[in-house]
Ligand binder design. Structure first.
Ligand code: GAL
Length: 658
């Protein structure tokens, strides 16, 4: 795979006279991809049925003539105003029962059949017209499913579709939905919640107190299936008319739908990386930590998503949108330090990205994103990010063709587990994403490269360590595959805690083959009541009481078991703090022969199979194993084959051997 750069462009925002010059400048800066069209519906079809594709023809021709490859987005994230007049009930309804309004984007309900037909119509028109256009080299469906909290709708359309979904999920002997099967599966005898028919079932909002977690979980599963079906509709139309790959651009820390399920229909997982916005808005960190990395971003958050979405894309990963300077949407929007755009870009490549595409070409002078930087200023002069992009373009041209390699460590990530934790968190702030991210960070701070795997993974060959925190639903097949794997496996906390739809299994969890451990009791802890581990570190937030004959590898200061093991299987009955996780993982990695490198905060590494990358997110120089890592720097070392090996990449030293 050869790495490449791209940019997001909105020809409909600029006079046609500037397109050719824009295209020339893009190519001259070393960009090869340009994504267009994903919000352009009102200019493609200003009135129902009145089609104006001429400008898009011209834009594609102009970009293509400059040698750029075009990613064409379907415009379904921004239905025009007239669409609402045709389908007044197409707006999603929030949990408070209020319809969401027109005037921004993503104002549609995934379950609205009329809107789905409109989407199929516009996508068909686009695919018929451009499916074989030589300049169209990829498609993007919609834009950021789930962003702005748009997966769950409490509308009449969603309710109807949910009832249909439940009928199919809870069949009786004849194959049709059987309400008694559902009543049993949900445990509706509790609080007299039994239903007489599927038509009596509502959505799990506006209940007096907590809804039945089984109801909530099934609603989340249903809503995720709706996103996958909505996406699939577009993909089927595109595939029938075009042979180029199809991508979607996912967002950071959006867990409302199963990205693996959506990704199955697609060729590439794209995602939109806004490290400074994420740090302010989507990462739990102390104010001091946020301050320290305010202009760099969290050193693990982007990497986590690269690894997650590489799995969603079955190895094919793009950064469809990369922050090029300050954004506009977080609580605070500082500018990145010089060198950060390059660092983020190289980090994406190190984690397997084929393309890094910047958002956006020219900063807009109007509307919501007026304050969001681009590679050009609104007056078309170069913005600071562009110089970094030119530099990366030169560097990737000189870099080798790379292939993906399996990492030594794997973490399982299951969207269904996220929904189960949300349905029944048991304590404030106990969030599945954060739990998995805590494990990921701890392992990364020990110098590990990590693959994130879907819960359907069964081939664990080659992994020295496999970690499955918080995987509430685990089928027997997965348990057996983990037990049979050659690596050390760490399961828990709360893994295997439920069966089917939030039912506590008997025998009690985790019920792992050959591991005599039982979770006898669980409790959640206030933030100010950590429980110390005997060997250092502490339990925070969530804790289980473990019983059984398996060996005790870790215990609390008062001797209660925390980590128990038999053979390769380990059960961890607690949510540990970073010190506790690091200590346990250090021991397990070493026992598996994995090289542990304790990295300073801000320094991370990633092996690609032929290269080792070192990233320093910090503003100080760090020395690791004899290497000096300057502030905001990247060091690329070739690890396979070649001798000469160090290529330093940081703002003040261009490619230079050391
Ligand atoms: C993304 C979105 C883009 C743009 C960008 C601004 O979430 O896909 O359209 O809004 O954020 O940072």
């Amino acid at each position: 795979m050869k790495r490449a750069l791209g940019v997001c462009y909105y020809p409909e925002h600029w006079p046609q006279e500037v397109w050719a010059d824009d295209a020339r400048r893009m190519a001259e800066a070393g960009l090869t991809w340009v994504r267009i069209g994903e919000f352009a519906w009102s200019r493609l079809e200003p009135r129902p049925g009145e089609l104006r594709f001429g400008w898009l023809d011209a834009a594609i021709d102009t970009l293509g003539a400059a040698g750029l490859k075009v990613v064409l987005g379907t415009p379904t994230a921004t239905p025009p105003r007239w669409m609402l007049s045709r389908h007044p009930d197409m707006l999603a309804v929030d949990a408070g029962g209020r319809p969401r309004g027109f005037g921004s984007r993503r104002h549609y309900d995934f379950s609205h059949q009329g809107y789905r037909r409109e989407c199929a119509r516009i996508v068909t028109l686009l695919a018929d017209r451009y499916g074989r256009n030589p300049h169209i080299a990829a498609w993007q469906t919609d834009n950021e499913y789930g962003c702005h909290d748009t997966v769950h709708s409490y509308s009449a359309a969603a309710c109807d579709a949910f009832r249909r979904w439940l009928r199919a999920r809870y069949p009786g002997k004849g194959g049709d939905g059987d309400i008694e099967v559902l009543n049993g599966a949900w445990g509706n005898v509790f609080w007299s919640m039994d239903y007489r028919s599927f038509d009596e079932i509502g959505l799990p909002n506006l209940t007096v107190t907590q809804p039945n977690p089984a109801h909530s979980l099934d609603f989340r599963r249903f809503a995720s299936d709706e996103v996958a079906a909505f996406n699939r509709l577009q993909v089927d139309i595109l595939r029938a008319r075009s042979d180029v790959p199809i991508a979607h651009n996912y967002m950071g820390r959006v867990t409302g739908f199963d990205h693996f399920a959506v990704g199955e229909a697609l060729d590439i997982a794209g995602w939109d990386s806004y490290p400074l916005g994420f740090l302010e808005e989507r990462v739990e960190a102390t104010p001091a930590c946020k301050r320290r990395f305010a202009r760099q971003g969290n050193p693990d958050f982007q990497a986590f998503h690269h690894d997650l979405y590489r799995a969603v894309g079955r190895g094919r990963l793009w950064i469809m949108e990369q922050q090029p300077g300050p954004v506009n949407w977080a609580p605070y929007n500082p500018a990145p330090l010089p060198g950060m755009v390059r660092l983020w870009s190289w980090e994406a490549f190190a984690h397997g990205a084929e393309v890094v595409s910047y958002f956006r070409w020219r900063q807009t002078a109007q509307a919501q994103e007026q304050m969001h930087s681009g590679l050009l200023r609104p007056d078309s002069a170069d913005a600071p990010g562009l110089a970094e992009v030119r530099q990366i373009a030169t560097e990737i041209a000189a870099a080798p063709v790379v292939a993906a390699a399996r990492a030594p460590v794997a973490i399982l990530f299951d969207y269904d587990a996220d929904w189960a934790w949300r349905a029944q968190p048991h304590g404030r702030g106990l969030d599945y994403f954060r739990l998995v991210f805590d494990h990921y960070r701890a392992l990364r701070s020990l110098g590990q490269s990590i693959d994130i795997l879907p819960p359907t993974a069964r081939d664990f060959t080659g992994y020295g360590l496999i970690v499955a925190p918080g995987l509430i639903h685990m089928d027997d097949d997965l348990k057996a595959a983990l037990a049979a794997s050659g690596g050390a496996v760490v399961i828990g906390p709360r893994s295997g805690a439920c069966k089917g739809t939030m039912r506590t299994p008997v025998p009690l969890p985790p019920a792992l083959p050959g591991l005599d451990v039982t979770v006898a009791r669980v409790e959640s802890l206030r933030p100010d009541m950590p429980v110390a581990l005997a060997g250092g570190g502490a339990i925070t937030g969530y804790r289980e009481v473990l019983e059984g004959g398996a060996g005790v590898l870790e215990a609390t200061g008062t001797g209660e078991p925390v980590l128990m093991a038999a053979g390769n299987l380990h059960y961890l009955g607690a949510w540990l703090d970073p010190a506790g996780l690091r200590r346990i993982f250090t021991g397990l990695c070493r026992a598996q022969g994995l090289n542990v490198i304790e990295l300073p905060t801000g320094v991370r590494l990633r092996d690609t199979g032929v290269e080792r990358f070192w990233f320093n997110y910090d503003t100080e120089t760090h020395e690791v194993l004899g290497r000096k890592l300057g502030p905001v720097s990247v060091l690329r070392e070739k690890t396979a084959g070649e001798q000469d090996s160090r290529l330093s990449i940081h703002p003040h030293a261009d490619q230079s051997g050391t």
